[in-house]
Design a protein around this ligand. Structure first.
Ligand SMILES: [Zn+2]
Length: 296
């Protein structure tokens, strides 16, 4: 079990940082492909997602480099094994990386011992192939045990598997502390594709796309609202892009245009989860605890 550590002062960012934007690139390619009743992956869905490892991730890396911004690459263990060169280039470019389960398992369907085994397996892939000790973690479909397992058995510095807040918060349990940096429902699933049921529309379908104009307008609206609020309170803009979705040409162009738009505003900083974690820790260092309704 774990508990939340209340903020010791109203949360704020360091001097000069008005609105941090964390771009999370989910580099998972075909790992979450839909499986048909016969146990085989849906070939349409599989190959559509495989675009992520073959093309999409490279295109996203190129766009971030062109803008000289760094983000966090959230990578499945199996994806590192299949496409190691992408992860090596990501590291060389100075991005942060985090683990994203082994084969994008829906951990909410797994018992704790299997989830623990899969997290361990993923951690060793990063160590063995990239020589990296993971500091951060995200499970897209977290279980009720995910956070407990991370605290009990690992020494991650942050987790970003939960959707329940706008701002980071500290949790403590099993003798460890972990900063939860929630992600958001205006991820690319919300702005790049039309949500259908089932998602994706398979078997034998493809991912329907919203128009680029809609996507850009949605992102700008999120940004404008947060930027206005950031004049008075700490806010954070998480932005999730998947290699196989936003890596496509017209969608990646929206990301390109959005970064250019946001960079024009004073105090906007594109940051990694590692940086945001270090900044937010400063909020726990001194002062009086604030009441729950005094939170940002
Ligand atoms: Zn994912």
């Amino acid at each position: 079990m774990w508990k939340e550590i209340p903020l010791q002062q109203p949360g704020r960012w360091p001097q000069g940082v008005r609105l941090p934007i964390i771009i999370s690139v989910h580099h998972q390619s075909e790992e979450a492909a839909v499986v048909l009743p016969d146990g085989q992956p849906d070939p349409f869905d599989y190959s559509e997602r495989q675009y992520g490892g073959r093309r999409g991730a490279w295109r996203l890396l190129e766009i971030l480099q062109r803008h000289d911004v760094r983000g966090t690459w959230i990578i499945c263990g199996a994806t590192v094994e299949k496409y190691p060169q992408i992860s090596l280039n990501v590291l060389r470019a100075g991005h942060a990386i985090a683990g994203h389960t082994y084969e994008h398992e829906m951990m909410c369907n797994y018992p704790p011992d299997q989830e623990l085994r899969l997290i361990r397996k993923t951690v060793s892939v990063f160590q063995d192939i990239l020589g990296v000790k993971l500091r951060g973690w995200r499970t897209c479909f977290a279980s009720h045990n995910t956070v407990d397992l991370l605290l009990e058995y690992f020494d991650f510095e942050w987790d970003a598997s939960i959707w329940n807040d706008d701002l980071p918060y500290m949790i403590e349990g099993y003798g460890r502390r972990l900063l939860e940096i929630p992600f958001s429902s205006y991820s690319d699933a919300a702005w790049a594709i039309q949500i259908t049921n089932p998602m994706p529309p398979t078997p034998y379908g493809t991912w329907h796309s919203n128009t680029p104009e809609f996507m850009l307008r949605t992102l700008k609206a999120q940004f404008d609202a947060l930027y206005e609020r950031s004049a008075e309170r700490a806010v954070l803009m998480p932005l999730t892009v998947h290699d196989f979705i936003v890596g496509r040409p017209s969608r990646s162009s929206v990301l390109d245009q959005f970064i250019a738009y946001a960079k024009e505003y004073e105090g906007v900083v594109f940051a990694t989860h590692d940086e945001v974690r270090n900044w937010w820790l400063g909020n726990y260092e001194s002062g009086e605890a604030v009441a729950q309704d005094g939170r940002n």
